[in-house]
Ligand binder design. Structure first.
Ligand SMILES: Nc1ncnc2c1ncn2[C@@H]1O[C@H](COP(=O)(O)OP(=O)(O)OP(=O)(O)O)[C@@H](O)[C@H]1O
Length: 250
């Protein structure tokens, strides 16, 4: 196991969450609004200093990582990052690449790769503040992918993306995860989570409710206790569709 959480607790937000995750895989973190998804990702990303419990990467506590080691280990995409000033997309990517331990040629190469992968070619000279919400999200994701970190923590990466870009992103994440990355995504779309994620972490009011394959973790008993709804699943060769419905009151 590569990432291990041992009774991670954040006052009133996360309650003794213990998890053991392998070094590769796409892990969906699901749960209702306020369930603790962002808090969990922030705790792993080292953004919270008021939590108890322990988080280990390869048996080494994350508190022992220097800031530089942490930067090499993980990338964190916040739910709503703030990018201030009138910077162009290319300037933002260059700033994002500054701290990478790479030659300037390698840095340029990385930037070119994310520009291609996130379809930013026509946007590089545009001012970030003038982009659409989905375009801004793609820039934020591109920055996150610059360091090719083994551990990626993405808070609602598909929010603001149209269905084509959302599908492409999840396909890319899945293929990265199958190579050498552990990727945690907080996600609200249960059908996309079921279709793409290897494992699901279901949270409710800060508690870990279930953890396992989508079939295991998203059983109706768990879903109905967390969301007050049930799911009907339709699996086809092309993927998974889920019909959410509210249970009629008897
Ligand atoms: N900085 C903070 N200080 C105190 N409480 C907070 C703070 N940030 C979040 N909370 C609370 O912690 C709980 C969990 O919040 P969190 O943002 O982790 O939920 P979430 O599952 O990501 O929700 P959403 O789906 O709405 O994004 C919520 O009740 C929220 O109000």
């Amino acid at each position: 196991m590569m990432l291990e959480l041992n009774r991670v607790t954040v006052e009133a937000r996360l309650k003794a969450v213990s998890l053991k995750l392998p070094s590769t895989g796409l892990i969906g973190v699901i749960g209702a609004n306020g369930a603790g998804k962002s808090t969990l990702l922030k705790a792993i990303a080292g953004q919270l200093h008021d939590f108890t419990g322990e988080i280990f990467w390869q048996d080494k506590s994350l508190t022992q990582f220097t800031p530089r080691q942490r930067r090499q280990l993980l990338s964190w995409l916040p739910q709503s990052p703030t990018i201030v000033g009138r910077l162009t997309v290319l300037e933002i990517l260059k700033i994002g690449a500054v701290n990478l331990d790479l030659s300037s040629q390698q840095r340029q190469q990385r930037i070119a790769t994310v520009v291609r992968d996130f379809e930013l070619t026509l946007l590089t000279q545009r001012c970030y503040q003038e982009l659409s919400g989905g375009e801004q999200r793609r820039v934020q994701l591109a920055v996150c992918f610059l360091n090719e970190a083994p551990l990626m923590l993405l808070d609602e990466p598909t929010s603001g993306l149209d269905i084509g870009h959302a599908l492409k992103l999840l396909q890319d994440l899945r293929s990265k995860a199958s190579q050498d990355h552990l990727i945690l995504v907080a996600i609200h779309d249960l059908a996309l989570a079921a279709q793409f994620c290897d494992q699901i972490v279901l949270l409710d009011e800060g508690h870990l409710i279930s953890f396992g394959t989508p079939n295991e973790a998203m059983q109706n008993q768990h879903i109905s206790s967390c969301f007050g709804i049930e799911l009907e699943w339709f699996c086809t060769d092309n993927g998974v569709a889920i019909l959410p419905f509210t249970k009629p009151k008897i």
